[in-house]
Structure formats: structure tokens, C-alpha cells
Design a protein around this ligand. Sequence first.
Ligand SMILES: Nc1ncnc2c1ncn2[C@@H]1O[C@H](COP(=O)(O)OP(=O)(O)O)[C@@H](O)[C@H]1O
Ligand SMILES: [Mg+2]
Length: 182
Amino acid sequence: MLEISLHVLDIVNNSVKAGADLIGITICEDKQQNLLSIDITDNGCGMDEAFLRSVTDPFKTTRTTRKVGMGLSLFKSAAEATGGSLSIASEKGKGTSVHVRFVYDHIDRQPLGDMAQTITTVLSGNPSIDFLYRHTVDGKEFLLDTHEIRQILGDVELSQPEIIVWLVDYITEGLQEISQSA
Ligand SMILES: Nc1ncnc2c1ncn2[C@@H]1O[C@H](COP(=O)(O)OP(=O)(O)O)[C@@H](O)[C@H]1O
Ligand SMILES: [Mg+2]
């Protein structure tokens, strides 16, 4: 994987497959601490302890289309290549949260990628799931809550082409704003 946003897409898709109806995506860029952290939290089916212990092993997967699960183990390797880490907390029947830390200025850290496109893709592809996307850069915050947006839109679907265009712009501008140094 070349960009962190693609790992995020994969991990969010795990939450979707786990039947979650609420997914939180939190990205925190902290240059002072030299840390980029990503948290993805869901209220899906969760995993039992034994499965959880082995889940970052690439040969662990419940998918039947191919024999190896890739998402979590690839993300873990990418984080560890920078001196970072990936950890998972999960409870059967309650949900899962994946916590990833990258060393921000490490030469091998993948670029974040296009988060506006990634978030818009998962939002528009999953109309029955609520997403809470929170992104901070050195303490400045951008927040997107689909529950709020849907209340404003009323009958208009998030998957409508003009809404998709609007969402990409809205997120892109929001991220630009928090990325500008004071
Ligand atoms: N958020 C989650 N909730 C419940 N189970 C999960 C979650 N994320 C991953 N899993 C379980 O871990 C397995 C491995 O995930 P992953 O590494 O992304 O590989 P893949 O999705 O290709 O199977 C999945 O098949 C699934 O059984
Ligand atoms: Mg996966």
C-alpha cells in the first residue's frame, strides 16, 4: 500500500463488514510529538480474545475469497517500519477499535494520501452507517458528523453526485484550513 488513506479504507471496510452502524475515524497529526495517529472505532460484531490475539497474522482471516487477510497486518508493518505500532481492542458483540501510530517525520512514513476522497467514498458507499470523522493538525480540528449532515440534507442522499462533489470540496477545504500554520 502506498498511502495511509488506503489502509484506512481497508480498516473501515472491516468495520462495515462487521455490521457496524457507527464508525469513528480519528486522525491526529502532532508535529510537536512527531506523531501521526489513526483511530478507527466501530460498534460491529467484535472479535473474541483468541481471534484477536492472532488477527494481525496475515494468515488469519474469516474471508473465504482468499486465504490471507491483509488489511491489519499490512497496516501494522507500515506503522512498525517507522518505529510506530498498531494495536486492537475488541469485544465480541460490542465492537472494535484499531489504534495506529506512525513516527511523523520518519523517512519511510507513507504519505497520508487523499483523505477527502477516502472519507467521501466510504460515506457515499454506506448510506445506512453513521460516520464521525475527526482530524486534527497540531491542535486545530476538522469534524464531520454524517448524522448532522443527514439532518440538514433531509431526503437528499449522501450518494447523490452533487453531494459527493460538495463533500470532497468541503473536506479538502477543511483539511487545508487546519493544515495552515499560524
Ligand atoms: N472491525 C472488525 N470487527 C470485527 N472483525 C474484524 C474487524 N476487523 C477485522 N476483523 C476480522 O479480522 C480478519 C482480518 O482482517 P484483515 O486483516 O483486514 O483481513 P481481511 O479483511 O482481508 O480478512 C477479518 O477477516 C475479520 O474476521
Ligand atoms: Mg480487511
